[in-house]
Ligand binder design. Structure first.
Ligand SMILES: [Zn+2]
Ligand SMILES: [Zn+2]
Length: 255
C-alpha cells in the first residue's frame, strides 16, 4: 500500500493545497484542492473516496472531479462517509442548486457516484488494504482514519481537537508505522482553534506526550502563513515520540 500526500495545508495559496491523500492509484482520503494536481487519467482511476467530514477544504474538488471524469466510468465512485456527513453532502452540495445530484446522474441506476455509509471502528477491506474510521472531535460529524497495509498501519487524525480516543487507538495499534495529526493554529490563535475544534501546540503537546515512542509524528492542516510558528512551538525535545515534522506535499508512505 502506497500513500501519497496530494495536499496537506489548512488552506490554499502558492503551492499550498488542502487535504487529500492518494492511496495506491484508486483510493482518496478526502478530496481537498490537492486532487486538482492529478491528471484526468489519474482522477478517472479513483474508485473510492473516504471523507473525514464535509467541511469545504476536504471536499471541494469532489463535485468538479465527478463532472470531469464521471462520463465513461465503468462503475460509480464510492463515497464512504458517516451517515451524518452523507446527509450534509446531499442537502448542501449535491442538491441541484450548488451542483447536480450525481447520485442520480445520468440515471439513478447508473450514477456517477454512490454513498456508502461508514461506521466508526468497522474496517473496510479493499484487497489487502484495510481502512477503518476512527473517532474525531470536530464539533460536527467527523472521523479520522487508520490505514493498514501488509507492512503496517498509518493513523490520520482528520480535523480534530483534543480527544483521548485518538491516542488510545494509536497506542493500541501494534503495527503503527506513522502518525499524522493536525495542528491548525499557533498558540497566539488558540481562541480560534478552540472555537473551531482544532488543535494548536498548547493543546496538542500534552496529548503527544502520551504517544508511544518509536512512531514518527507528522503535522498536517497548518494554516497558511502560520507554518513556521506552529512547528517551532511543537519542537519540544522532551517528547517521547521525538520532535514532530511537518507533512509535505508529495511525501510518500509505504505500508
Ligand atoms: Zn474541518
Ligand atoms: Zn479542514
Amino acid at each position: 500500500m502506497k500513500v501519497r500526500v496530494l495536499g496537506c495545508s489548512g488552506g490554499i495559496g502558492g503551492d499550498r493545497h488542502s487535504t487529500s491523500l492518494l492511496v495506491d492509484d484508486d483510493i482518496l482520503i478526502d478530496a481537498g484542492s490537492g486532487v486538482t494536481r492529478l491528471s484526468l487519467e489519474a482522477m478517472a482511476r479513483i474508485s473510492h473516496l473516504f471523507v473525514t467530514h464535509a467541511h469545504l477544504d476536504h471536499i471541494l474538488a469532489l463535485p468538479t472531479m465527478l463532472d470531469s471524469v464521471g462520463v465513461g466510468r465503468a462503475a460509480p465512485l464510492q463515497i464512504h462517509a458517516l451517515p451524518g456527513v452523507i446527509e450534509i453532502l446531499k442537502a448542501h452540495i449535491f442538491n441541484w442548486q450548488i451542483w447536480p445530484d450525481f447520485a442520480r446522474v445520468p440515471t439513478p441506476e447508473r450514477p456517477f457516484m454512490v454513498y456508502v455509509p461508514l461506521e466508526i471502528g468497522q474496517p473496510v477491506s479493499l484487497g489487502a488494504r484495510e481502512i477503518t474510521a476512527i473517532p474525531a472531535s470536530h464539533g460536527r460529524p467527523a472521523v479520522g482514519y487508520r490505514l493498514r497495509g501488509e507492512r503496517g498501519s498509518l493513523i490520520f487524525s482528520g480535523d480534530t481537537t483534543s480527544h483521548s480516543d485518538l491516542f488510545e487507538i494509536a497506542n493500541a495499534t501494534s503495527d503503527l508505522r506513522h502518525f499524522i495529526v493536525e495542528a491548525s493554529f499557533d498558540n497566539d490563535h488558540q481562541d480560534i482553534a478552540a472555537v473551531s475544534d482544532h488543535y494548536c501546540p498548547a493543546t496538542l503537546l500534552p496529548d503527544l506526550a502520551r504517544l508511544k515512542p518509536g512512531v514518527p509524528v507528522w503535522i498536517t492542516h497548518l494554516k497558511p502563513g502560520g507554518e513556521s510558528a506552529i512547528m517551532a512551538e511543537l519542537a519540544d525535545p522532551s517528547l517521547p515520540c521525538g520532535i514532530p515534522r511537518a507533512l509535505m506535499p508529495d511525501q510518500q508512505f509505504e505500508l
